[in-house]
Design a binder for this molecule. Structure first.
Ligand code: SR1
Ligand code: MG
Length: 402
């Protein structure tokens, strides 16, 4: 079948055609539930006794949030399905199961995680996830280490990098994360109360030089297979479990980009709490929980990465004294720099986050947004001074609105 976007009814017919997915007498209903920037997402459910449900994710040939003026490759569905399958091999159970992939229709049929919640929504409701740091820290260590030159032969790694070449999705990140928010671009959309601050950022050539260096790293440093868009909207959680979804931006890039994306989004929630109407004590307690989560994520990532290095490193220099420490320090400093860019783009650029957008009063929202911009700038400018995760926390807590 050549490419066409599926209607809800066509999605049902397609689901019936996949062997063993539903019982023969299933009473299937389908609903388009996608609220992301790029794709269609259908939930297809048997209203009969099995009660079974699955997810269809279909890529559109353009950026959904922009429209057909920004065409976008359908190959991202292949990349996403191959990344999910590989991530499940590297850390079983960390991603939804893939049941079927149709290259022509750019369609992935996968496990429905309806008992899970998008983590961003949970954080806006100030929920806590006791196992999250352990699970995501392990996911990061395993997926990054095990796809890098540290664990694979150089030939195998380059073959993987070639099959995950993802130019059009990288181009979105290059523009919407690294370029447009730092220039007066028509795609930007920021709170008018931030106007003076944003104008100052656009004129800050010291900051822009550092963003240019970080962008260059994103474009040229193929260290490991990244998820590529690891914000808290790409993570689904229950109180016990974590699943990572949506790796359509996967490509070979700098490890710190994934860890930085995650930390940025925890800190966007932290910043948003400056603007939410709350008892000061309640705010402080939740912000402390978020900072503690950042520390735990890094600590678990580092501990797992060190274990993997000791057990599985193939690189001949792996036993050279000082190499592991130097490697991790570079990843940490990249993490901080990329976290800074990711925080700033969500305030100035096209794509915002509900952590901040759920604050209705623009003046209160500006408090959170200003803090996010302040932390972001500190991270970008001071990343080379960072030697431990506690240094990151010190930069956050010393950041004030400026
Ligand atoms: C123009 S698309 C904006 C963003 O949506 C995705 O989730 C990525 O973060 C992308 O940058
Ligand atoms: Mg996504």
């Amino acid at each position: 079948m050549s490419y066409r976007t599926l209607s809800e009814q066509e999605a049902v017919e397609y689901a019936r055609s996949i062997p063993d997915l539903f019982p023969q007498d299933a009473q299937l209903v389908s609903r388009e539930i996608g609220d992301g920037n790029l794709n269609f997402v259908f939930r297809i459910q048997d209203e009969g006794p099995s009660g079974r449900s699955i997810i269809f994710k279909q890529a559109l040939p353009y950026v959904r949030v922009i429209g057909d003026s920004w065409p976008l490759t359908l190959d991202r569905a292949r990349i996403e399905s191959e990344a999910l399958i590989l991530e499940n091999e590297l850390y079983p159970g960390s991603v939804p199961k893939v049941y079927h992939h149709d290259t022509e229709l750019a369609l992935i049929v996968m496990e429905d995680l309806s008992e899970y919640q998008i983590m961003r929504k949970g954080l806006v409701e100030r929920k806590r996830y006791p196992n999250f740091a352990k699970q995501i820290g392990t996911f990061l260590a395993r997926t990054l280490f095990l796809t890098s030159d540290l664990a694979l032969s150089p030939v195998e790694k380059k073959r993987k990098a070639a099959s995950f070449t993802n130019p059009e999705l990288c181009n979105i990140t290059e523009n919407f994360v690294f370029t447009y928010p730092f220039h007066d671009d028509p795609s930007n959309a920021y709170n008018p109360l931030l106007s003076d601050t944003v104008q100052r950022i656009w004129k800050d050539n010291v900051l822009k030089l550092e963003v240019a260096r970080l962008k260059e790293g994103f474009m040229t440093r193929g260290q490991a297979l990244l998820h590529g868009d690891l914000h808290t909207g790409s993570i689904m959680v229950t109180e016990e479990d974590t699943k990572i979804i949506d790796p359509e931006f996967a490509y070979y890039g700098p490890m710190g980009f994934d860890i930085g994306a995650l930390i940025a989004n925890l800190l966007l929630n932290y910043s948003a709490h400056e603007g939410h109407t709350l008892e000061p004590q309640e705010r402080e307690i939740y912000q402390a929980y978020l900072l503690d989560t950042v520390v735990q994520v890094w600590d678990i990532f580092e501990a797992e990465f060190r274990n993997l290095w000791a057990e599985k490193a193939q690189e001949p220099y792996a036993k050279t004294p000082g190499y592991l420490d130097a490697y991790l320090r570079d990843v940490l400093q990249d993490t901080v720099g990329y976290a800074g860019c990711k925080m700033m783009r969500r305030v100035i650029g096209l794509a915002h986050v509900s952590d901040l957008e759920s604050i209705e009063d623009p003046a209160l929202r500006a408090k959170g947004e200003m803090l996010a911009l302040s932390i972001g700038q500190e991270f970008i400018l001071k990343r080379s001074t960072i030697a431990s995760v506690n240094d990151i926390i010190a930069l956050v807590t010393s950041s004030t609105v400026r």
